[in-house]
Design a protein around this ligand. Structure first.
Ligand code: ZN
Ligand code: FE
Length: 257
């Protein structure tokens, strides 16, 4: 399975999964249809699935047009999103499995950004392909999604599930927010040398117009303040000794950043 990163809207990424043996493709969170059509033409592949992580328009905006062109494709989304995702046919819950070509994704229920948000995790396989995590607006490179419909307690437990995946998991998040996220991260975890180094790398990347997605989960564990609620540095910045309260206060500071 190959993953292609397509740019959409102002800062969204659409991910196109391609299986070259069967000549099929799937897309994760098609914000718009046009970039997907172009890539499908280039690959000469048939679109068989849309994997939506949540109902926000910048993640489902292309569903309708893609379904018109490929009427037999299947639209997947979270069970709790029933009625909010155009064309949704499959209603997924924690632990469900969905297949694409020769890979099988595990569904992880990650409420917080929205109450219905799910992530898709393709574990590494014996052919040496790495684990792939499609986490929508839950975990970002250097950050996490805003809490629109969920509580800090829910978000911490959602992020905890993602944090437990292997370090070499590739993190495919839906927005290019990394530079701004790391600028904020330095205000709450400024002594973290891994973070300082990552910020410099990302700054160089963005100056050259290069994407910072995917990142690696191992890097997130060491540098993302929203996965580090038990670290003394973060707890000091939040003036708390409680994990959830630390997370909530850091999230609040980011909202005002
Ligand atoms: Zn969203
Ligand atoms: Fe979004």
């Amino acid at each position: 399975m190959r993953v292609f990163r397509l740019e959409a809207l102002s800062d969204n990424y659409i991910f196109l999964l391609h299986n070259s043996q069967e000549n099929i493709a799937a897309v994760v969170d098609p914000a718009e249809a046009e970039p997907v059509f172009s890539k499908l033409v280039e690959l000469n592949a048939e679109l068989v699935a849309i994997f939506n992580t949540h109902h926000h328009h910048d993640h489902v905006g292309g569903n309708q047009q893609l379904m018109q062109r490929f009427p037999t494709l299947t639209v997947y989304g979270g069970a709790e999103d029933k009625g909010r995702i155009p064309g949704q046919r499959v209603f997924l819950q924690q632990g469900d499995r969905v297949s694409f070509g020769d890979r099988i994704a595990e569904v992880i229920f990650v409420p917080g950004h929205t109450r219905a948000h799910i992530a898709y995790y393709f574990p590494p396989n014996t052919a040496g392909e790495p684990g792939e995590l499609f986490c929508g607006d839950t975990l970002f490179a250097g950050g996490c999604g805003r809490l629109f419909e969920g509580t800090p307690t829910q978000m911490v437990s959602s992020l905890e599930k993602l944090r437990s995946l292997p370090d070499n998991t590739r993190v495919w998040c839906a927005h290019e927010y990394t530079l701004k996220n790391l600028q904020f991260a330095l205000t709450v975890d400024g002594e973290n040398t891994d973070l300082q180094q990552r910020y410099e790398e990302v700054k160089t990347f963005r100056t050259q117009g290069k994407p910072t997605v995917p990142s690696l989960l191992g890097v997130e564990k060491h540098t993302n303040p929203f996965l580090r609620w038990e670290q003394p540095s973060l707890q000091a910045a939040a003036k708390s000794h409680d994990a959830v309260q630390t997370f909530a206060r850091i999230r609040g500071m980011k909202d005002r950043f």
